[in-house]
Design a protein around this ligand. Sequence first.
Ligand code: ADP
Ligand code: MG
Length: 275
Amino acid sequence: MIRCIAFAHHKGGTGKTTSCLNIAGFLQQAGKKVLVVDSDPQANATSGLGVGPGSYQKSIYDLFMGRVDDFPQVGLKEVVVQTDSGIDLLPSSLDLVGAEPFLYSVEERATILRDILAKEATDYDLVLIDTPPSMGQLVINGMVAADHVVVTLDSGFFALGGVATMKAIFGDIQEHIGVKIRAEMALITSRSPPEERPKGFLSWMKRRFAQEHDEENRDPVEAEAARTFLRVEKIPFSREVPEAQKHGLPISHYAPECQAAAAYREIAAFVGEWD
Ligand SMILES: Nc1ncnc2c1ncn2[C@@H]1O[C@H](COP(=O)(O)OP(=O)(O)O)[C@@H](O)[C@H]1O
Ligand SMILES: [Mg+2]
């Protein structure tokens, strides 16, 4: 039984790719056979696993296009590459931007990725899908293919609105595609060291929100997320996180002792037990 987990949020920079790769790293270290699916044309998960442009011939673009009339069908195994971390990768490339309009001509367009993974990814214990920061067919395919969706939030004040938008998207998917999204977990990432976070207006808004909700000591984003998700975890800032990505390795394989690694290690242990 493979389990698929998608990382989603319609906004960029909330920690989707980082969470996907670092959780994948700890799962791999725990002895699981892991496939990372990069469904973002920006291909950050691809480069974050050390796979550079030009080092692979085919990408997820070819898999999606294989479902469009008159395009050659391609098998998953023809596209997957092995990475230095021991994680297998379905790489992405900028071409993927061009695939999206074609997908509208495919009748079962929301379930393309789900069908491919169900038939051809059976060797894996876990498939982790990194989705792009948008609301199109690629994200829908990622979420529909997943048994669980992890929503990533940044810690800024505007993250509050993101929770409501994600809930609306899940509702639309259920209504129009008939798939119920299981989004039990939210991850809140700090992308800057504590001393660099904005003060003034932002902290005033936070205090007001906390007073209104009688949650004096709780971060407002965390409080809002806790109303929607069964589990909310915070990922601390660690300068090693972007460094690891530059070196093409998950944090588990690059700096396992840093603070962010400790958080991801615990989350991976939990995620590894999901049914
Ligand atoms: N815990 C962290 N500590 C430091 N930097 C982080 C952390 N999490 C994410 N980042 C950095 O924040 C940026 C955005 O994260 P990313 O995962 O690429 O977001 P998304 O995939 O949602 O667009 C990246 O440069 C990443 O290295
Ligand atoms: Mg990303």
